[in-house]
Design a protein around this ligand. Structure first.
Ligand SMILES: Nc1ncnc2c1ncn2[C@@H]1O[C@H](COP(=O)(O)OP(=O)(O)OP(=O)(O)O)[C@@H](O)[C@H]1O
Ligand SMILES: [Mg+2]
Length: 256
C-alpha cells in the first residue's frame, strides 16, 4: 500500500469565528499504480486533502502513511522528490525567466542537495529533447526559449513533464487543466493520461471536469463536506454515466 489515510480530521482556525471543519472523518487507501480522479464542490476540502498528503498541512487527528512511514516524519527534501505536484495556475510550476532546458534541469535535480550549478550537460539536453518530442508539441525545438513566452497550455504540459521527470512515487494534480481553454484542457488531460500510463504513475487528480473524471483514471472518489460519498473503481467506474456523477454532487444517490 503506497498511501494510507486513517480517520483524518482537519479544522482550520479552531475556536474562532472563522472555524471551518474541512475534513471530518476521512479514511482511504491508495495502491501503487492507481489513477484516482477526485471530484467535489468548491470548498469541500480537496486541496486541503492534497496538502495533507504532501505534508504541507498537519491533520488534527488521524495518521497519513506514505511509503510505510508517517508523512510528517519524512524529510521535506525526500517528500519533494517522492511527490510531484501540478497546480491550477500555469505560472506556478515553472520559472518564467529561465529557459525550458533550465527549468527541466532544475526538475531533474529535485531531491538532490541544492548547488549553484546552472549549466545543462550535452546528454541532459538530448534527454530533455527526447522527452519533449514525445509530447508532440514541438517544444523540443525551443529548448533555450524562456518559459515566460509559452502559452498557458504549453507551460502546463512542461510543468507536468517536470513533475514526472524523476518518476515520483506519487503525482498530485490539483485542477491542473482548469485555467485552460476546452481544447487545450483536453490535450493536457490526454497527455496526463499518457504519461501516467507510460510510467504506471500513481496519481490523484482533483478536477471539476466530470467528463474527464469519468474518462480518465482507474478510480473515482467524490468528496462532500469532508467525507467520501462515493468511491468507485473497476467495471463500476467504467460504466459510470455523467448523470449519476452529477447526482452525487447533490447527494441524490446513497452509494453503498
Ligand atoms: N490555510 C487555511 N486557513 C483557513 N481556512 C482554510 C485554509 N485552507 C483552506 N481553508 C478553508 O477550508 C475549506 C476547504 O478548502 P479547500 O481549498 O480544501 O477546498 P477545495 O475543495 O479545494 O475547493 P475548490 O474546489 O474551490 O478548490 C474552505 O472553506 C477554505 O476556505
Ligand atoms: Mg482546491
Amino acid at each position: 500500500m503506497l498511501l494510507k489515510l486513517d480517520s483524518i480530521k482537519k479544522t482550520f482556525c479552531p475556536q474562532t469565528v472563522n472555524e471551518t471543519a474541512v475534513l471530518t472523518d476521512l479514511t482511504f487507501y491508495v495502491e501503487e499504480g492507481e489513477f484516482i480522479s477526485i471530484l467535489g464542490s468548491n470548498g469541500t476540502g480537496k486541496s486541503t486533502l492534497l496538502n495533507l498528503i504532501a505534508g504541507i498541512e498537519r491533520p488534527d487527528e488521524g495518521e497519513i502513511e506514505f511509503c510505510g512511514q508517517n508523512v510528517l516524519k519524512q524529510s521535506p527534501r525526500k517528500l519533494a522528490a517522492d511527490i510531484g505536484r501540478v497546480f491550477q495556475d500555469p505560472k506556478s510550476g515553472t520559472a518564467e525567466n529561465l529557459s525550458i532546458q533550465e527549468n527541466l534541469a532544475i526538475a531533474s535535480r529535485r531531491g538532490e542537495k541544492i548547488t549553484l550549478r546552472r549549466g545543462v550537460s550535452h546528454q541532459a539536453k538530448i534527454n530533455f529533447r527526447n522527452a519533449l518530442a514525445d509530447l508532440g508539441l514541438g517544444l523540443e525545438n525551443r529548448l533555450s526559449a524562456p518559459v515566460g513566452v509559452l502559452s498557458g497550455g504549453q507551460r502546463q504540459v512542461l510543468t507536468l513533464l517536470m513533475a514526472t521527470l524523476k518518476k515520483p512515487r506519487l503525482l498530485l494534480l490539483d485542477e491542473h487543466t482548469a485555467a485552460l481553454d476546452p481544447a487545450t484542457s483536453q490535450i493536457v488531460s490526454e497527455m496526463t493520461d499518457r504519461i501516467v500510463k507510460q510510467h504506471g504513475q500513481t496519481t490523484l487528480m482533483v478536477t471539476h471536469n466530470v467528463d474527464a473524471a469519468i474518462k480518465y483514471g482507474s478510480r473515482l472518489i467524490m468528496l462532500n463536506r469532508g467525507r467520501i460519498v462515493a468511491d468507485v473503481r473497476g467495471d463500476e467506474k467504467k460504466s459510470l454515466c455523467k448523470d449519476e456523477v452529477l447526482a452525487l454532487y447533490h447527494n441524490e444517490i446513497d452509494w453503498e
